[in-house]
Ligand binder design. Sequence first.
Ligand SMILES: [Fe+2]
Length: 384
Amino acid sequence: MTTHLDPARVPPPPGPREDPHRSLHSEAGARPGEHPGRSRNPLVKVAGLAWLEFEKPDLDRAGRFGTDFGFTVADRTPETLVLRGRQAAAACLVVRRGPRARFVGPAFQAAERGDLDRLARGTGGTVAAHQGGHAVLLRDPSGFPVRVVHGVPELPALPGRAPLPLNFGTGPARANATQRPARRPAEIQRLGHVVLGTTRFRAALDWYLDTLGLIVSDFLYLDGQRDRGPAMAFIRCDLGSVPADHHTLAMGLQPHTGYLHSAYQLTDIDEVAASGAYLRERGYRHAWGLGRHIQGSQIFDYWRDPDRLMFEHYTDGDVFDAAMEPGWAPLSASGLAQWGPRATAEFTGTNDPRVVVAAIKALADKGNEIDLHALRGLIKAMGS
Ligand SMILES: [Fe+2]
């Protein structure tokens, strides 16, 4: 019988110049002819993710989860709830009253007002006044409405906690003082990214690169099916020499098109863990964490809101400038984290019975990229 300790199967220890993480990370780049991960001539280059729009039937409940999760209420009317982080920025979430809980779409920040005109000309859209600024409303190939905004007034910064002083390295940062991070709601600093599943991944990927000028940080492919191209992409803003979040948008080929999660930056790891303890005490449903991702390197913790939509707390994510080329790695559940518990079915969505119905529908619908081969690859990835 072969065991895991069979010496013939144990890899040799890494040599002095070998990176022991090499098999975990995606430092391997593209092969000749593979997707370049950026458009040669995009219509515009957006400056960032502005906010996310949702609909919810119960705005009071959404507000309670929102403040427990770490947002601050910026505005509340009978029909709208606006949740913000503490940094000076637009709001993070705009939640309107609607018949069922759903993600509506993202809003991106245009770098300049003229970019809205370029987008309108290039897509047949129109520029309209929006929230004190201007916006053009587009639709991506997955069907999500995508707003690109400019001139919407920023909310002023709110005071926030400083990172805890840590006794790491030489010389204590904290003498004659204890460390007591409080189990209380997080103080969300800002919106980081949104992750979407789509049955039309390749079309949507190219649309975001060509239309909004986003660029790919990392591609994931279905193991054994690299020749069909990427099946997931972590995509950032092209800010030239200014480093941008490793991903502002991530998209993956999925049997059904929809929101997967969105992520919000916290000040340090104790904030992630201690605010997670608070959410647990309040009875919220934990999805996955703590761990550290590979693509983006964030220390993460995932939660479900009362409508089962997933939200992520994170800290210490990578930032890349425009010089970084896309990495390539196979998609697998175990490849989603460097350390931490194995990705749960609650996180991957494989415990949701609706996924089977969605897969059958996607197979029957010929206008997408889901075929049996792709489905097999996705199932294998989630089990490996
Ligand atoms: Fe995330």
